[in-house]
Design a binder for this molecule. Structure first.
Ligand SMILES: *Cc1c(COP(=O)(O)O)cnc(C)c1O
Length: 368
């Protein structure tokens, strides 16, 4: 049995109605910042529960533009998580600021207890990452940020509809960035992202920044970027956005099935699963003994298991200029050796999930 990682061919197998809408768009010529974008922004803001949603060119830009709007740039530091996708640190770097890492804990998010110690005179913002769809402990983090008078920009790219005691990812900080990349829980047909905020002034600035700083066709208020959400993607987004809650629920059900089975295997350790936290399993990631052999066994059994990530970000060659050294973030280092990610998306069948479970079980009973 082949348990694939990418479900895009299945997700977009039946799209006659979507193609009709795209045909209408093509004939209307409404390709930039038109009606589908405004409609998608309205529906996205309603979904998350914020006053504003601003469509932009990528999830990376959904992190970069809020930093730029807050005036963060060269000489400034932004605190973020040591284990994240490169785009988080990349967005900070793109505005000219320096990413300052804080180690994570076994939830895969930044260890909030270490944030205070990372704050310096140069710190201008904190960017927690809700990695895998598991949220950073936002209540204590917001307390630290308030005391230090620092804005928080949430990297919610993997965490659409995750929450803490009912409060959604993206509603804690001054702003939050979401990605609509094809492999994210709510996805479109290429690069796209959304920023959410309750701050009217920030909303106004972000709308300028994403469109060259243009107030209208003839007037420029400031330097900006070319980072609009394309109408084509907005049409796809509008077609899918109503499914986001069902997607989250199915992923949670699949993770629950995995958890129940893996809890019985002594060589597997689940991350903490505290109550009152809704995790949306963009990645279903657990700790495994003898990880490399398990990975090879799964791959030989047709399961596209993955490692997120085999090299901790701070140890990457491309980030050497930050001056970190091997061993600076021991938890991120340990995770790189112990973690494994299994497919957990909404298109998997029970038989496919059970093939993963049986393969893992057989691997460890053979090893015993
Ligand atoms: C995907 C992702 C991003 C960036 O999104 P793009 O849309 O690919 O630019 C940023 N942070 C995290 C944690 C991500 O997973």
């Amino acid at each position: 049995m082949h348990v694939r990682y990418s479900y895009l061919p299945q997700q977009f197998a039946k799209i006659d109605d979507l193609l009709t809408e795209l045909g209408q768009l093509a004939r209307s010529g409404d390709f930039t910042l038109g009606a589908p974008v405004a409609q998608f922004e309205k529906r996205f803001a309603e979904l998350i529960g914020t006053r504003h949603a601003i469509g932009v060119g990528s999830g990376t830009d959904a992190l970069k533009l809020p930093l730029a709007a807050l005036g963060i740039g060269p000489g400034d530091e932004v605190i973020t998580a040591a284990n994240t996708f490169i785009a988080t640190a990349g967005a900070i770097h793109e505005v000219g600021a320096r990413p300052v890492f804080v180690d994570c804990d076994d939830t895969f998010c930044m260890d909030v207890a270490q944030v205070q110690g990372a704050i310096t005179d140069k710190t201008k913002a904190i960017m927690p990452v809700h990695f895998t769809g598991y949220m950073t402990e936002m209540e204590p983090l917001m307390q630290i940020a308030r005391r230090a008078d620092l804005p928080v920009i949430e990297d919610a790219c993997q965490a659409i509809l995750a929450d803490i005691n009912g409060q959604r990812a993206g509603t804690f900080g001054r702003a939050a960035g979401f990605s609509l990349h094809p492999l994210k829980n709510l996805n479109v047909w290429g690069d796209a992202g959304v920023i959410v905020t309750d701050d009217d002034e920030l909303d106004r600035k972000l709308r300028l920044l994403r469109n060259h700083g243009m107030t209208n066709r003839d007037e420029i208020a400031c330097f900006g970027y070319n980072s609009r959400l394309d109408s084509v993607h907005a049409v796809v987004g509008n077609w899918l956005v109503g499914q986001t809650e069902a997607i989250a629920q199915t992923r949670i059900a699949h993770a629950t099935r995995y958890d129940a089975a893996f809890a019985e295997i002594p060589q597997i350790r689940l991350p903490p699963r505290p109550p009152g936290r809704r995790r949306v399993y963009h990645l279903y990631m657990i700790f495994a003994e003898n990880r490399d052999e398990l990975l090879a066994t799964c791959q030989a059994a047709g399961i596209e298991a993955k490692i997120h990530y085999p090299i901790p970000l701070y140890q990457q060659v491309g980030l050497r200029s930050l001056g970190y050294r091997a061993g600076d973030f021991p938890v991120a280092d340990r995770h790189a050796k112990e973690i494994i990610t299994f497919p957990c998306d909404q298109h998997l069948s029970t038989a496919e999930l059970d093939h993963v479970i049986e393969t893992v079980r057989a691997f460890y009973s053979r090893a015993a």
